[in-house]
Design a protein around this ligand. Structure first.
Ligand SMILES: NC(=O)c1ccc[n+]([C@@H]2O[C@H](COP(=O)([O-])OP(=O)(O)OC[C@H]3O[C@@H](n4cnc5c(N)ncnc54)[C@H](O)[C@@H]3O)[C@@H](O)[C@H]2O)c1
Length: 349
């Protein structure tokens, strides 16, 4: 399959690009190379004959039309987005422009391409979204997000992603575009940009800096190893039912405080401090405005219909992740100088 991947120089997109090439697909990586992008993430496949890169903005319809015509993809995996909740609190405009208007332009360009090809049923527009569109769950472990959970986004980021999900469903219902949607939980793993919780904790720990925990650390997330997610996404684009959405979760619920303590214990083993534990650096800071209490995914549909399940527990995935950061210092050092990285964002509200 020839797949046009948007956002393929980002964290999850690059895992998809690497995995798709390994599975024998051809990939066109379309990315604007914003502050969150890093082409080193796809360096391992950059010379593969099945790989091509196009620097373009998903809001630029003329560029999209040129890229669809030049590469004639069989499927689109749409990951390009503004993705950091804290940045969406400080500057929501870019999130609406990229996540809503950019998705609109992608849908229109994909639809024109699909019509021009004769409306093949085999074409896919796979939209990659988040569990944050469902809002916040109570602590009751029996309650999880399913594909039928009503939308209730509560941050500018999740509202912009919810808007894009609605557009994708509408383009299927109205124009018949063969779409598939996935909504996943918090990802972590290699190449995670150093402004997100797990890399911040690892890198601050190594630098001897405070390990910031928002509020009291009781917020619960369902952690998904990025390479397991990339496998699930490829299954969804290859075998997912048209018009259907699939929730993808790691079945690994942890509070932020538990997660940080686990990371500290792994670091204590892999890179012991001269004295004490990395956990001594834990510091509680002002909470994020509107911080959702709990996310948890019921992944029964993708497990039963597509045969996917996560391959690692959160402890195994975190071990691999810490080892990767310890082995790849030049990668993260280069990104730490980028605008806003390392600063506390999202407290203006
Ligand atoms: N990271 C998570 O835990 C998570 C969880 C659920 C869903 N998602 C979704 O998965 C997708 C990828 O997330 P990520 O964490 O890899 O994001 P990321 O921020 O690491 O990467 C986003 C990529 O999109 C590109 N991009 C941004 N704006 C663009 C534009 N206007 N035109 C073209 N390219 C543009 C960036 O350059 C970057 O390479 C997003 O749609 C996000 O909403 C992420």
């Amino acid at each position: 399959m020839k797949i046009l991947v948007t956002g393929g120089a980002g964290f999850i997109g690059s895992a998809v690009v690497r995995r798709a090439i390994a599975k024998g697909h051809q990939v066109v990586n379309l990315d604007a190379l914003t502050y969150a992008a890093c082409l080193d993430n796809v360096a391992s496949v950059a010379d593969d004959p099945g790989y091509a890169f196009e620097q373009a903005d998903i809001r630029d319809r003329a560029a999209l039309d040129r890229i669809f015509a030049a590469h004639d993809p069989d499927a689109v995996m749409h990951l390009a987005a503004e993705s950091h909740v804290d940045r969406s609190i400080d500057g929501p405009g870019t999130f609406i422009e990229t996540n809503v208007m950019g998705t609109f332009q992608m849908l229109e360009a994909a639809r024109a391409h699909w019509v021009q090809k004769g409306r093949p049923e085999s074409f896919r527009f796979h939209h990659i979204s988040t569990d944050e569109v469902f809002g916040s769950l109570p602590a009751d472990p029996e309650v999880q997000f399913t594909e039928d959970t009503p939308y209730d986004p509560r941050s500018p980021y999740s509202a912009s992603k919810a808007g894009s999900d609605h557009l994708v469903r509408a383009w299927h219902e109205t124009y018949g575009l063969p779409v598939v949607l996935t909504n996943c939980s918090n990802n972590y793993g290699p190449f995670h940009f150093p402004e997100k919780l797990i890399p911040v904790i690892i890198l601050n720990a190594l630098a001897g800096k405070p390990l910031p925990i928002y509020g009291d650390g009781s917020n619960v997330r369902d952690w998904l190893y990025v390479e397991d997610h990339a496998d699930a996404l490829l299954l969804a684009v290859e075998k997912g039912t048209v018009g259907r959405s699939y929730n993808i979760g790691g079945e690994n619920e942890r509070s932020n405080l538990e997660l940080v303590k686990t990371l500290c214990a792994i670091l204590d083993r892999m890179r012991p401090k001269d004295a004490g534990s990395y956990a001594d650096q834990i510091t509680f800071v002002t909470d994020r405005p509107g911080h959702d209490a709990r996310y948890a995914i019921d992944p029964a549909r993708i497990r039963e219909e597509l045969g996917w399940r996560p391959s690692v527990t959160v402890e195994e995935g975190l071990e691999k992740t810490v080892a990767w950061y310890l082995d790849n210092e030049p990668w993260w050092r280069a990104l730490q100088d980028r605008q806003g990285v390392g600063e506390r964002l999202g407290v203006k509200a």
